[in-house]
Each structure stands twice: as structure tokens, then as C-alpha cells.
Design a protein around this ligand. Sequence first.
Ligand code: PMP
Length: 298
Amino acid sequence: MASYYNENTVLWLDGKIQKASETKTDLYGQSLHYGYAVFEGIRSYRTASGETKIFKPVEHYDRLKRSAEALNMPYNYTTQQLIEATYEILKKNNLQDAYIRPVVYGPANMSFNPNTESFTVIQAWEMAPFLGEKLLKVMTSSFQRPNPKGFKIEAKASGHYVNSILASQEAKGKGFDEALLTDMNGFIAEAPGANMFFEKDGRLFTPATGNILPGITRATVLEICAELDIPVEEGQYTPNQLKQADSAFFCGTAAEVIGWSSIDDYTFPKPWASTLGRKVQEAYMDKVKEKQNQLETI
Ligand code: PMP
């Protein structure tokens, strides 16, 4: 098992800095038993100037608040307070390139009734790109994304990730690197923990919001497309359309931007180095590290 903390690691728990190894939590709550919690996945980077910067912290903490509200959970902090707490945790743990995991969870309550209080924890650790750095062999999952009529799909709720774990384990069990899930109507949707784009004839296409988690990286990719004059469309696309594409990639905070080599038995024909995804990948890494974008200045 990976080790996320050691005896010196500290976390932020409701305003207190505590040793991760000494923090206790109640085992009689809805969060552990029913997956009733919300969380974020955020990254910080050592930027070109040497400073540590959290990428899009306001967007992430605003989404955490919206996720808590979507689940009727009490939410106790402002975005600004949580950003400051996160910088404190990074500094105290001596982290620059880090993955940051805030979670809002409930107290002891084994019923389905709402809680009048919640806890907020912020943890951070070093994490390599979530899906690695090699092109990915992707499998169309037999699992679909949760039906938005059964879940608040736009919320980053812990319980939704049972679906993600099942899909990811299925793909890896069959020798693939990652899964692509469809939505309840059979249109391509997203990965267990990332959004996706595909390229066809000089344009990018991405599943529209509605049946996916509206990713902050996905929004950043759309920004990059505007900056680099890359035509991009959002819509509903079938697995068959994907199997006629030139290239494809996943994007997410943990995964960053990572290309695919294949989907099921279809190999993408365009060499990654000449794809729009590769351009977006470079621009994304420049953005998070606050480097002058090489492509913009040409
Ligand atoms: N979809 C799912 C299901 C995810 O878990 C994530 C990761 N948060 C994403 C998409 C990408 O979102 P973001 O770019 O905000 O990290």
C-alpha cells in the first residue's frame, strides 16, 4: 500500500494543525457507512519563480461548497479561509508539488437525517500524475456513470466513487490502463476520475456537461483552446464516433493532460507529438507552473 503520510506529516482539521498519525475519527457516521461526504482534489506546483502556488484554488473550494450544499451538508468556512489553511499545510509539510485533498464529512449519525454540524479536513501529499505519463490503453467500461436523476452528478460526493472504483478495477483487470464510462444514454462521458477530449479533422470534441463532473481542468482546456485558436465543440458523442477519431486525451487535476494510444481495439492513428492534445498538454503545464506559454509567443 502506498504511504500518504509519515510520523511527521500534519493535516488541518477544523482550524487545528494535527499530526496525521494521531488524528481520530468517529466510526459511527454517514460518511463512512453511506459515502455521504464531499471532497476536492487540488494540486499545487513549484512555479517558474520558485514559489509554491495552488492551481485554481478558488474554483476548487467554490466547488467543494457547492458539493456540500448539493448534499445538504453544513459548510463552515469561506473559500479564503480554506485557501489559507491549505498554504499553511503545504508549508508545514514542506511540500511544493503536491496533491491536496480536502474532505467535508459528518459526525456520529447512523440515520438518514441531516446533520447540524460537519468536519473539514485538509490533507496533502506528493503524487505523480495519477494515470502515469505514458499513452494510455483505454477500455469502454461496462459500467455507466451514475444517472443524474439518482445522484447530484455535478457534486464531488464520496459515494459516487464506488462507480469509479468498479470501472477502474474492471479496466485494469482486463489489462487496460483506464476506463471510459458512458452516460445513461450510452454517449461517451468521462473516466473514473478525469474528463476527456477527442480530436477529429483539426477540431477537439468533449462531452457536454449534464452527465459528467464539470472538471476544472476541462474548463482550463477550453480556456487554452480559446487562447490557442483551437476549435472545440461540446456535445453528445457515441463510442463509434470516438473510434473514428485522430487522437484523444484525459484531463483532470490529478491526471493533468494525458494522451491515449487506443480505445478497445481501435488505435488512434495520429502520433501523439503532432496532436492537438499534445499542444494542450504543453500549454497546461506552462499554465500550472506559470511559465510563459511558448506556443502563444510564436
Ligand atoms: N470527472 C471525475 C469523475 C473526476 O473525479 C474528476 C477529478 N476531480 C474529473 C472529472 C476532473 O475534474 P477536475 O479537472 O476538476 O480535477
